[in-house]
Design a binder for this molecule. Sequence first.
Ligand code: F3S
Length: 445
Amino acid sequence: MSDTDDISPSPPTAAVLTLGCRVNQTDSGRIRHLLEQKGYRAGSGLDGAAPEVVVINTCSVTLESDRQARQLVRKVARNHPDAEIVVTGCYAQRAPEELRAIEGVGHVLGNGEKFDLDGVVADRRLIPIKVAATERGVEPQSDGAVAGRTRATLQIQNGCDERCTFCIVPSVRGRSVSQPLSDILEQARTLVEIGHGEIVLTGINLGAYGRDLESGETVSRVVRGVLQLPGLRRLRLSSIDPVDVEQALIDLFATEPRLCPHLHLSVQSGDDTILKRMHRRNSRQDVLDRIVALRRVRPEITFGADLIVGFPTESPEAFRNSLSLVEQGGIGHLHVFRYSDRPGVAAADIPRRFRVPDQEIKRRSGVLRALGERILNQQNWRMVGQSVPILVEKRRRDGLIEGHSAHFLTVHALDRGQTQPGAMVLVQIEALERSGGVLMGRVVD
Ligand code: F3S
C-alpha cells in the first residue's frame, strides 16, 4: 500500500478571525484548538478552502472597533453564505443584539460562553480522518503549529477591577482573576518543552496579577518562576500599568538577560489633569520614573505605550503634554486610540461642550503616530551595523526570513535558505527599510 492510499477526504475547515488585543488572540488560539478537537482543520485566515465554520472574535474597545467588527461580519456573511458564522468576544458580550441583527450570523456568544462550542458547531469527530504516512508525527500546518516553534502567549490573568472612566473592558471581561502560579509554571514548562523560543506573559491587567490570590503572588514572582525553567530562551511581558512596574520587576530586568528589554506601558495620557479625569493610578512623572529606572539597569530597553487622544476636556496643552512625554521617554511603539464614548462608562456622561471635535482628534492622533514612528526610526537607525539575535518567525514571500529582536524590533534578513521558524539566529543589521519600521540584514554564520 502506498503512502497516499491512506489519505481520506480532507477534514472540514474552520476559520477563527480575531480583532482586538493579545488576550483576545490567546482566546482565539484556544477556540481553534477546540475546533480541532471537534474534527476541523482550523486556521486564522480565510485564504484556504471554503470554511464550514467561521468564528469572529470581536473587540469593543472603541467605536471604531465596533465598526470594524460589523464590517468583518458582513463581509464574511457575504463571501461565505454557506458557512456557519459564530460571533463572539467583547462586542458580542456588550451588545449581542446588534450582531444578531446582521444577516447570516448563526450564533452570538459572550466572553463567558466563547469556549462552549457544543451545540453551536457540528461535531465532526466521527468523520474518519487518516493522515498520509509521510506526515505522521508532523504537527498539522495550522498557525498554531508555526507559533508552536516561535512565540507563545501565556495568559496569567483575566478581567480588571479598575474603573478607568473611558474603559469598557471591565464590563466585558469581569473582575480580575489570576491563574495559580503552579498552573502557570506547568503551562510554561510545556510550552518550552514543545519548542517555543519565546513566552509572552499576558493578561487584561497584567499588573493586577495575584491581588485576588491569598498566596500573595505578584507578576514579579511569576517572572522569576518562569525564568527558572530550564530551556527557556526568551521571556517577554505584554502591556502593564506603569505603577505596577515595581522594584522587584526592575531588579529582574537588571539581572536577567532572557527577560526581553522591551516594555509596553499602559500610559493613556501625558497630562496629569487628564490622567486624574481618567481615574488612572499613575501620574506623568510615574511613567518617566519607571522609564529612567529601567534604562539605568538595561540601557538598550525600548518602550511602547497605549495612548488615548481626544479624551473629553483634552486641551491643546494637555495634548502637547502627551507628545512631550513620548518624546522625553523615547517611546517608539505607540498604540494610539482615538477617544470614543463607550456605553455605560463615566466619561460618556461628560457634557458635549467639553468634547474635542472629531476632526481635531483625527489630527492629533496623526501627529502622535508620526512622533512614535520618528522615535522608532531613530531607534532602528542605532541598530544598523550591530549583530542582533533574532527569533525567526516565518519565511517571507520574497525569500527573506522575518523575526523580532529581543527589543521587539522587526527584522528581515537574507540567509542561505535553510533557516526554520523557531531558530534563533544572529543577524548583521545592514540597513533600514524605506518605511523606517523594518531592519534589513543578513544571517551571520
Ligand atoms: Fe478589545 Fe476586549 Fe481586548 S474590548 S482590547 S478585545 S479585552
